[in-house]
Write a protein of this length. Sequence first.
Lengths: 155, 155
Amino acid sequence: MSQSTTNEARFPPPGPAAELEEGGRLTPKFDAGGLVICVTTDAASGDVLMVAHMNAEALAKTVETGEAWYFSRSRRSLWRKGETSGHTQRVIEMRVDCDQDAVWIKVEQVSGACHTGRHSCFYRAVPLGQTGGAVKHEFRNERVFDPKAVYRDTK
Amino acid sequence: MSQSTTNEARFPPPGPAAELEEGGRLTPKFDAGGLVICVTTDAASGDVLMVAHMNAEALAKTVETGEAWYFSRSRRSLWRKGETSGHTQRVIEMRVDCDQDAVWIKVEQVSGACHTGRHSCFYRAVPLGQTGGAVKHEFRNERVFDPKAVYRDTK
C-alpha cells in the first residue's frame, strides 16, 4: 500500500458541517494545496512559537510519533522540525478546530523555534492605537541561539 | 484618498528577508488572496481560541481600534468579531512573525469564540501514538453558550 493510500485511509474526506464539528473522527479539511494550518505553542508558557502547514503525511507522522513534522511550502517537502538544527519539538497535546482546517500542537521546544535564533517566531509586538502612516513594531525577545553557527553546514 | 490607498500607505510591500525579519516597520506579506493568517489566543489562559485571516483593512482596523477584525473567506467580507453574537475580542497585545505572513493577537474574549458555542474552536484533542486506520479525537470542552439562541436572528 502506497503512502498516499495509507494517508487517505487514515483521513477520510470531510463530511457535512455537523459531522465535521461534532463527529468523533479526524477528517481534516485540506486546502487546494493539500495543507492544513498548524499553530504551535510552548506547552509551558503558552506562547505561540510558530505557524506552519502540514500535509496528510506530516499530520500522520506527527500523530504517530509525537514529534512535530511539517510541510515546507517554500521547499515543497516534508520536514521534521529540528532535522537540521536539532531544535526538535515533542508534542504534548494536539487539538483540531471546529471545521478541521487547522490544528494546534502544544510542544516542548528544544532551544528556539525560529530560524532567526529566537525562541518564538513572534518576537515583535505591534503597538495598538497607531492611526495613519507606516505601522511600527518593537522587538521583544532576544536570541537564544546563533543562527549562523546552527545553520553553518547548510548554507 | 481611498481605503485601499490608505492601507497601501500603511503597509508598504515587504522587502528582502533581512528587512522583513529585522526591520522596524510592519510590512505584511499578504498571500495571493491578500490575506495573512491570524492566531488568536486567550490573554489569560494562553489557549488558542481560533485561527482566521485578515486582509489589509482588517489588520489596519485591528491596529487602530484594539478590537479584533477579520476577513471571512467564506463570506468574502470584512468582519468585526462579535458583530452578530456580541462575543467581541479586545486585543491586549499583537505580535508579528519573522516573515510577516502571520500575526498573533492575545485577546479578552467575551463568552466564546467558536460558532459551535465553545470558548475555543479547538475543543477536540487528537490522542498521539495512533498508528493505522482512522484517527479518532476526543471532546474536551463544554459549550459556554447556546449557538441556536445566539445566532437565532441570522438563520
